[in-house]
Design a protein around this ligand. Structure first.
Ligand code: ADP
Length: 369
């Protein structure tokens, strides 16, 4: 079956009428960012922030209309709240704003998502130490905390204060230990949880990615929200990911949580660089004895079975928890420790693979005469 075209998607969306403005959402210039990948379609509908909460039925109708198209296996439509929904700067003709259609993160050479099937497996700890280890390899690194339900980067990187906006439009990233970082945690106080409506999440994340002056980066590490739902899927479709790293504990691998993550990325054609087994074994702080509480080596075998690489294992060790919880991740505070070394080995593997993927995308240099 031929792949659906953007034209067909827009034709289907023309049937969706904005109840307030009594015209279709395409003519009103509300649709942007149509991405078609592997028979999955994603796009955004721009609304003003105050209308956001009432637009869920419209979003759903749009998603259903796209899903109903021949050749479409899945569709994700998100609502975004933009500053100027009505098009041109002086209220002129509705047309897509260049900032919305421009590719995300054009000056970032590679983007690595760190994901997990569920929360609490050490995804953020791994993302942080991985980013710092990449930086120690001499790379320019950014760390984007997309875990908006529990942003932990301000704490893990020991950064306090508010990001600065020199022009009122863009934000300067925060910095510590030589890496740039942005997190919703810098923008909202820790004790004021935001109730996120699913569709608003992607809008907020995209806006954060776009509006931060990351500058030129060799690699951006994204700490994904935990799980494998719509947010994660949309994120994987809209951000040009080079590859994904799945973090799992030994018991979750057995419970198939890691497999869900793997399948999600494969579905949207994002290469899975491999699995990291976290809390792989326990090191007793008293006697340094290694205890294999959850069994050991399972991830390696499971990775092989899933035809996915095994990137390494990190033990359950109180030093890892203490250092990251006090904002001095182990790669920084104990660089010669075996755990820091393990993170660096993982980083080297990740970087090698990312480079290979980028090179293969540029196409072979060999020409046949
Ligand atoms: P997630 O991002 O998956 O929710 P976190 O990285 O926030 O998980 O980790 C949850 C808790 O477990 C944190 O307190 C963290 O310090 C701790 N932790 C993570 N990995 C390890 C480890 N290998 N050894 C000890 N504690 C760990």
């Amino acid at each position: 079956m031929a792949e659906v075209t953007e034209k067909q998607v827009l034709a289907a969306l023309k049937a969706i009428i904005d109840p307030d403005r009594k015209a279709d959402i395409v003519s009103l210039g509300m649709v942007s960012g149509v991405v078609i990948r592997n028979d999955h379609v994603s796009c955004a509908i721009q609304v003003t922030p105050e209308r956001g909460p009432h637009m869920e039925p419209l979003r759903k109708a749009a998603e259903d209309a796209v899903k109903a198209l021949d050749g479409v296996k899945g569709a994700t439509v998100v609502l975004t709240a933009e500053r100027d929904v009505h098009g041109g700067p002086k209220g002129g003709h509705a047309h897509p704003q260049p900032a919305e259609t421009a590719p995300l993160l054009p000056h970032v050479k590679s983007i690595i998502a760190v994901a997990s099937g569920k929360g609490g497996v050490g995804k953020s700890t791994t993302a942080t130490n991985l980013a710092l280890a990449l930086s120690q390899m001499g790379l320019k690194v950014g760390l984007f905390d997309a875990d908006i339900y529990g942003p932990s980067m301000p704490r893990m990187l020991g950064i306090e204060g508010d990001p600065v906006s020199p022009d009122g439009q863009t934000l300067l990233p925060m910095e510590n230990y030589g890496i740039k970082c942005m997190s919703i945690g810098f923008l909202v106080p820790e004790d004021s949880p935001i109730i996120w409506r699913g569709p608003m999440v992607m809008g907020a994340l995209q806006q954060l990615l776009r509006d931060v002056r990351w500058g030129e980066l060799d690699v951006m590490v994204i700490d994904m929200p935990p799980g494998t739902g719509d947010t994660q899927l949309t994120m994987s479709q809209t951000v040009p990911l080079t590859g994904a790293v799945i973090v799992s504990t030994p018991q979750d691998i057995a419970l198939l949580d890691a497999r869900k993550g793997l399948n999600m990325f494969r579905k949207v054609d994002v290469p899975v660089l491999g699995i990291v087994e976290n809390m792989s074994y326990y090191i007793c702080p008293q006697c340094n004895h290694e205890a294999h509480i959850f069994g050991h080596g399972g991830a390696k075998a499971e990775a092989a079975r899933l035809e996915c690489d095994f990137l390494g294992e990190i033990p359950l060790d109180i030093e890892i928890r203490e250092t990251s919880d006090r904002g001095e991740p182990i790669v920084i505070s104990k660089p010669t420790s075996p755990h820091a070394k393990a993170y660096r080995q993982i980083a080297e593997k990740v970087w090698e693979k990312a480079q290979a993927i980028i090179a293969s995308r540029k196409g072979p240099k060999i020409s046949f005469e």
